[in-house]
Design a protein around this ligand. Structure first.
Ligand code: Q0N
Length: 285
């Protein structure tokens, strides 16, 4: 079997072991919203995410080594170095969104970072903050304090992944803003190859980050999602109670959403998506 032994599934991705400490990560076209995977896929979503992650991996090598070895000709799978993953999610937030809004409103802090008074939902933070979380097998990831994170990976390792996470986020957020996309927050996963710290998983994609259209940015309320807003709007309109199974998506919602993924790819990479389909290695050059 070319894709080796199945090691595990995420909501929308699969992982297989190859010979020689290598893995294959396969991104499907499945889409989740409100934490539920919908029965309808978005054609080429897996290719867009794989291409984007590979694009960022190629451009952030000088900040941090990563697990990417090759993008396969199918455009949706990558060969990766097998790592010993650290059991912590490295979240960086540049804007006040998601669970941080509630934490800020109740405590004035987010994961132990005191923030200035008077911030509104979706405001840009004075500086990006590192807010680690634990990987929950099911359901939501749980925010943890720096002390808890240090207890899990060690204080020195924590300092190193915090520094790298912030540097990766700053690089990508600056780059994306210049192309009309706000990366409000993002999640990294690191692993060890021996004693070398290596960036793993998929990074800086719309599935691992909040992408907002910069031209519609208006703090004081929740922002539209660059990629999933049509899906969310449709799901809200159906009156679905957000428990599985989710609704089937109509063709217009599928087409509109696919176009948004392709637009994110083309804006960020500057590469026509058709060129990626013809030869996925274009994102590495
Ligand atoms: C690994 N996960 C969590 C795929 C992603 N390079 C690696 N070496 C060893 N293990 C992993 C990686 C990576 N990346 C990462 N699980 C194992 C996320 N998974 C969820 C399922 O889909």
């Amino acid at each position: 079997m070319t894709d080796g032994v199945h090691l595990g599934s995420g909501k929308v991705r699969e992982l297989y072991a190859l010979e020689g400490d290598r893995l294959v990560l396969v991104a499907s076209d499945r889409i989740s919203t409100f934490d539920v995977v919908l029965p309808t896929g978005i054609p080429d979503k897996g290719r867009v995410l794989t291409g984007l992650a590979a694009f960022w991996f190629a451009r952030t090598r000088s900040i941090c080594p990563n697990h990417l070895l090759a993008v396969r000709p199918d455009g949706r799978s990558t060969e990766c170095r097998r790592l010993d993953m650290l059991p912590i999610e490295c979240v960086v937030r540049g804007y006040l969104a998601g669970s941080a809004v509630k934490d800020y409103r109740t405590t004035g802090q987010v994961c132990g970072h005191p923030l200035p008074a008077g911030l509104a939902e979706s405001d840009r933070l004075p500086e990006p903050i590192f807010t680690p979380a634990t990987k929950a097998q099911t359901g939501h990831d749980e925010n943890i304090t720096r002390e808890q994170a240090a207890g899990i990976v060690g204080a020195e390792r924590l300092a190193e992944i915090e520094r790298l996470s912030l540097a990766l986020y700053r690089f990508a957020a600056d780059y994306a803003l210049g192309r009309g996309i706000i990366i409000a927050d993002t999640k990294f996963e690191f692993g060890l190859d021996g004693d070398q710290l290596v960036l793993g998983d998929e990074a800086l994609t719309p599935d691992s980050s909040r992408f907002w259209p910069a031209d519609q940015y208006a703090p004081g309320k929740a922002q539209p999602s660059f990629d999933k807003q049509f899906v969310r709007d449709f799901c809200e309109k159906t009156g679905w109670d957000k428990t599985p199974p989710g609704p089937e998506l109509p063709p217009a919602v599928v087409a509109g959403t696919r176009a948004r993924y392709v637009e994110a790819f083309e804006r960020l990479t500057g590469i026509p998506f058709a060129d990626y389909l013809a030869d996925p290695s274009v994102v590495l050059r």
